[in-house]
Design a protein around this ligand. Sequence first.
Ligand SMILES: Nc1ncnc2c1ncn2[C@@H]1O[C@H](COP(=O)(O)OP(=O)(O)O)[C@@H](O)[C@H]1O
Ligand SMILES: [Mg+2]
Length: 347
Amino acid sequence: MKIISIANQKGGCGKTTLAVNIAATLSRLGNNTLLIDLDPKAHATFALGYNEKSSERRTSYDIFRGQFDGTPVKFEELIISDRENFSFIPANMMLSAAEINLGNVNGAATIISKTLADPFFESFDYVVIDSPPSFGFLTLNSMCAADMILVPMDLSYFSFNGINSVYRVTSLLNKETGRSPQIFFLMNIYDKRSNFAKQFEIDAKYKLGPYLLSTKIRSSVRLREAARVGKTIFEHDPKCKASLDFYNLTSEILTSENINAEASLKEFVFHAPKAGAVYVLGDFNGWQKTEASRLTQLENGQWSAHFTLSKGKYRYKYLVDDKWTHDPANPQKEINTFGTIDSILKV
Ligand SMILES: Nc1ncnc2c1ncn2[C@@H]1O[C@H](COP(=O)(O)OP(=O)(O)O)[C@@H](O)[C@H]1O
Ligand SMILES: [Mg+2]
C-alpha cells in the first residue's frame, strides 16, 4: 500500500481537486484506491457528490473519536464504495472538534498512520488523503502517514512561503518519527500564455529542482464544473485537457520513485531579528532577487529558505534590507571579481 498525502497550508491551491482526481485516476488505472477526506470543510465529500445526510453517516471523525470517548470504530462502516475500485471515507464539520481535542491525546499525529496499518486496509493499493489548509493535527496526521507528500501550488508567490513551511514540518516529522516521505511539488491552475506563469516556473525550478513535477495541471473550467456537480473529471468529461493532465500527473507520480537521488535539500538560515526582508542570491538561483529567493521569518529572529541543489560548487550572498553580506555562519568564502566576499557552498 502506498499513502499519498496532499498538503499545503494555503487554501485554494487545488488540494481537494488533486486528491479527488488523482484518486480517480489511480482507480481507473486498475488500482484499488481509498480516498480519505480529512478536511472539516468536507470539500472532497461534496466534490464527489455526497452532500446529503452527512450527519447520519460515519465519517473520518469517527477514526479520531475513539481516542476521546472510547467509541470503537468499525472500519467497514466508514467506507462508501459506489464507484469501481474507488472507496471513500467522507468528512463533516465534526472533524474540527477532533482538531481541537487532539492536543490532549498522546501520539495525536499518528492516529491515521496507525489506523491504516490495520489489516482491514491491506487490500488497498493506494490511499490518498485530502488535508485542510493549516498545519494542525489533521494535516500532521495526513503527512505522518504518508509515503509521498504532494504539494500543489497555485501560481502565487505565497506558494514559496508554503514550500519553506512544508520542509520545516517534514523535518520535524522526521525527527519525531524517523520517517522521510518523498515530497513533490506541482503547479496547478497553470496558464501557459501568461508571462507570470513562465517566470513562476523558472523560479520554482530553481528552488525545487527535481522535486518539482514536470506535469502541470492547466487551468480548466471543466475541473470547476466537475466539483460543482459532484463528479470526478473522468465522470464529467473524460476527453478534456484536465483528464489528460491527471493521467500524465499520475503516471509521473507512479514513476517518480528514484527522482530525488541526485539532488539534496539545503536550508539557508540567517540571523537578523530586526531585518525587514532577507534574500539569498547565488549561482543556484541566477542571483535573481525574486519572491522565490526571499527567506521566511521564523519566530526566533532567524530567517530561512530551502533550495534543492544538485552536486556542484555554489557562490552565494545574503541581501539584508538591500545590503549585501556573506554568510557569517559559513567559514567557506572566497573573494570574487569585484573584490567582495562570496560564501561558498559545496554539495
Ligand atoms: N486546474 C484548475 N483549473 C481551474 N480551477 C481549478 C483548478 N484546480 C482547482 N480549481 C478550482 O479552484 C478552487 C480551489 O480548489 P481546491 O481544490 O478546493 O483547493 P484547496 O483544497 O487547496 O482549498 C476550486 O473552485 C476548484 O474547482
Ligand atoms: Mg480543500
